[in-house]
Design a protein. Structure first.
Length: 354
């Protein structure tokens, strides 16, 4: 069997009673800004689509272009430009504010419509007899940021989502330079929100997030843009996802030591600025429960304070509809053994950002 075809290890198991009911395989890479792998589990060189995990990289032109300053965007609007938001009132109002400051409205959004992620927001729409609009799409903040960058750069906002549009070409260059890899033209896909998504290895994504979190390896202007976006997300973590969601809870508890962003199909990436590290993981079957459990385990190993902040996720108890505990979601043996091999981060990582 070739390397590309080798199965990934089991990262997470779901146990009901004493029997393993389900298994989630995947791969994890933890790296510094130079690309040195601190942890490599599974095939970290196999290209994956990061999807929404790289929204902070896609938002960099909003700052680099001068649009954030020209349109006097607040940190709330910068945070929502990096978001996979829940569609609550605060999210919708912030996206509309971003668009209005750029002289645009939601008719320009090319992300398509879906029901809000927030159950409450979805019920409110239904009870009002309304259908979801593009503004309710979890990616509408990212799209609003792209549109604002187009206006400042003098680019036609119509068709901004196309792979051949100058803005998307610029974003592809940012992802390539930040992650330290030449993107494969054959490895492009179209995301659920209609913009391009580029496949790249987890090892490269981990390096990119280490650079996003520290500024190391980035040009000064890009490092400043990355820091500005991080600060906005740290200040308004509720806008990056939503109440009760992993990314919001984790950053609210652990910022500024953690920037974390999930994507679809079992991908999650994070930057740990104090440690000078980034990491990326992919659960093969795309299951959210497997991804978040593996993510919590890695965070708990790298940031001791995360074990308290993410105690509920690490407990992993499975309840039935009557609220009775009937099982647990646990780290698989391969993941446990890999994390046990990690040296304490303070001793392992050099050049720690302070």
């Amino acid at each position: 069997m070739s390397r590309a075809e080798a199965p990934n290890p089991i990262l997470v198991e779901v146990v009901r009673g004493t029997v393993v009911e389900s298994r989630h395989a995947g791969a994890i890479a933890v790296a510094d800004a130079d690309g040195r792998l601190v942890l490599s589990l599974g095939d970290v060189e196999r290209p994956v689509f990061p999807r929404s995990a790289v929204k902070a990289l896609q938002a960099i032109p909003l700052v680099e272009s001068g649009a954030a300053d020209a349109f006097r965007l607040g940190e709330e609007e910068l945070a929502v430009a990096c978001a996979s938001h829940s569609g609550d009132k605060v999210h919708i109002e912030t996206v509309r504010s971003l668009l209005a400051k750029a002289g645009l409205d939601e008719s320009y959004l090319a992300c398509g419509a879906h029901w809000p992620v927030s159950e409450r927001a979805m019920r409110d729409l239904m009870q009002a007899g309304r259908k979801p609009q593009a503004i309710h799409n979890n990616c509408s903040g990212k799209h609003a940021g792209m549109l604002a960058a187009c206006v400042k750069l003098g680019l036609d906002p119509c068709g901004y989502q196309r792979p051949d549009h100058a803005l998307q070409i610029r974003i592809a260059g940012i992802i390539s330079e930040t992650c330290g890899i030449v993107l494969d033209p054959g490895g492009i896909g179209i995301d659920g929100c209609s913009v391009p998504t580029w496949s790249l290895p987890l090892a490269a994504l981990a390096r990119g997030f280490a650079r996003l979190g520290t500024g190391r390896g980035l040009a000064p202007a890009r490092a400043q843009a990355a820091e500005r976006l991080r600060r906005a997300c740290f200040k308004f973590p509720n806008l990056v996802a939503g109440e009760g969601r992993f990314d919001t809870m984790a950053m609210r508890a652990l910022a500024p030591d953690l920037f974390v962003k999930g994507g679809a199909e079992g991908v999650h990436c994070a930057a740990l600025p104090r440690l000078g590290l980034g990491f990326a993981l992919k659960v093969d079957d795309g299951a959210k429960r497997g991804t978040e459990r593996a993510l919590a385990e890695v965070l708990g190993a790298l940031l001791p304070e995360a074990r308290h902040a993410l105690a509920d996720q690490l407990e992993g108890e499975v309840f039935n509809w009557r609220g009775r505990g009937v099982g647990r979601i646990v780290a698989g043996s391969a993941l446990r053994e890999a994390l046990e091999m990690l040296e304490p981060p303070a001793n392992k990582v050099k050049g720690v950002a302070r």
